[in-house]
Design a protein around this ligand. Structure first.
Ligand code: NAD
Length: 433
């Protein structure tokens, strides 16, 4: 076996860690995953199946893995949102650098705590903002850097989560109850805020925000809808959220939440839907995540931006208006013009189009970003200053501040000044220590 340049241990062998592990396994000359921890033995077996026989040490929990000492260069951390900070700090204390799934934490005081600890220990942390590694956003960034729109004046971004995705993840699923996970604008949109911060390339000064959970509630439940769709819903044939779609066109979602579900018989999926959270009527859940939210952002270089998160569209769109041209990119322009990016020059009125190619199959996840991240990870790790890594902790803290401040602005009906927000959380951190 060739000598790998970087070795990994992993905590939380869910969909994310397995995705990165799959890519690492395709690049054995550069990466080797040597240890993994998860209380779910099925998930450890799935990890073993991705790697050469006998090459993976497995542990039933992060505690057990930590007790074995430092086993690799990098800890891959893919537990759920509320369990990122503690294992990340513990891994850093043991000497690991960390590949950390987003969000960094579920509140901003904890984000700052992790940032301080990484600085104190001199550890490198890369946050998995996979969009920064997609061919699409990489091209948008290089066009902007080359002056394609002149000086950027305004940016409008839309994140269309898609109705069934909203129902699967943010109503029935892991991120439906904000109090147990993260606010929607962090859970789904920390990537979008991170991209805005990257493209606009300036410090964000102020944030305001509006939004609510207005559709996925009992007030919208069709008459006679039971608590679980399989119990015989009178509108099953016309409801786009009917859980029985997991037996049909929405079956691919099962791979993330029902081990073995993609290949399970229809009958066993129907049985599972009788009691699983994913079998519930979307209008009769315990969800608290918003289904719409807008964020207004003011940046130090005078760029103003808005981000709209909506359950009721599919895909990300960008409109960047500059002194020289307008750049439209993403799902709306794709739908209307069948191109990824359109740049219309103010002076000539001419439009030039750009397209990106994303490889299919294993490489397609998150628009090529899952593969893109792993493909440059070793290069990023060699950068002398950890803060210069493309999605370094230091950069990610900036965009997390924007997101958590947006949530505070939405809840308090106010404009949040980012410097004040940081100071407030800094003093909370000092009080807590
Ligand atoms: N970067 C992205 O684009 C992206 C996309 C989706 C999700 N995420 C984030 O990635 C993280 C993981 O998401 P997922 O969908 O893979 O989650 P998941 O629920 O599929 O996996 C989490 C795993 O952690 C394991 N676990 C729980 N406690 C543990 C412990 N003490 N020790 C070891 N393992 C433990 C669970 O058994 C489970 O297998 C979440 O924070 C999520 O928000 C990121």
């Amino acid at each position: 076996m060739p000598t790998p340049s970087l070795t990994f241990a992993a905590i939380g062998c869910g969909s994310r860690v397995r995705t990165y592990t799959k890519t690492a396994a395709l690049l054995p000359e550069r990466y080797q995953v040597v240890a993994a921890a998860d209380p779910n033995p099925e998930r450890l077996k799935m990890m073993q199946a991705l790697l050469p026989p006998g090459s993976l040490r497995t542990f039933a929990s992060d505690r057990e893995l930590f007790a074995a000492g430092k086993l690799a260069d990098i800890m891959m951390l893919g537990t759920q949102d509320a369990y990122h900070v503690q294992p990340c700090i513990e891994a850093m204390r043991l000497g690991y650098d960390v590949l950390l799934e987003k969000p960094i934490a579920t509140n901003f005081t904890e984000v700052m705590k992790l940032e301080h600890e990484a600085a104190r220990l001199g550890r490198r942390v890369l946050v998995c903002h996979v969009l920064r590694y997609t061919p699409f956003y990489t091209l948008v960034k290089s066009l902007l850097d080359a002056g394609a729109v002149g000086e950027i004046a305004t940016v409008t971004a839309i994140e269309g989560v898609a109705p069934f995705h909203q129902a699967h993840s943010f109503v029935r699923g892991h991120w439906g109850v904000v109090e147990k996970s993260s606010p929607m604008i962090i859970a789904k949109c920390c990537h979008d805020l991170d991209v805005l911060s990257w493209l606009i390339d300036a410090k964000c000064l102020q944030v305001s925000s509006f939004g609510s959970l207005s559709h996925f509630n009992a007030a919208h439940a069709p008459a006679g809808a039971p608590l679980y769709c399989v119990e015989g819903c009178p509108v099953a044939d016309t409801c786009i959220y009917d859980a029985q779609r997991y037996v049909g066109d929405q079956r691919p979602w099962l791979q993330w939440v029902f081990d073995g579900g993609v290949n399970a018989t229809d009958e066993s999926v129907r049985q599972w839907l009788r009691t699983s959270p994913w079998g519930r009527c979307v209008y009769h859940c315990d969800n608290t995540a918003v289904d719409r939210q807008t964020v207004n952002l003011n940046f130090a270089n005078k760029v103003t931006a808005t981000l709209t998160m909506t359950a009721f569209d599919n895909g990300r769109s960008l409109e960047i208006r500059g002194t020289k041209a307008v750049l439209l990119a993403g799902s709306t322009v794709n739908r209307l013009a069948n191109h990824d990016i359109a740049i219309t020059d103010h002076h000539t009125g001419r439009t030039e189009y750009h397209d990106v190619k994303v490889e299919e199959g294993e490489f397609a996840g998150h628009g090529g970003g899952d593969y893109g991240l792993m493909n440059v990870l070793d290069e990023e790790w060699r950068k002398p200053n950890p803060a210069d890594m493309r999605s370094s902790l230091q950069r990610s803290v900036e965009s997390h501040a924007m997101g958590f401040a947006a949530e505070a602005a939405r809840l308090q009906h106010t404009v949040v000044d980012l410097d004040d927000f940081r100071r407030e959380h800094q003093s909370r951190l000092i009080r807590a220590e």
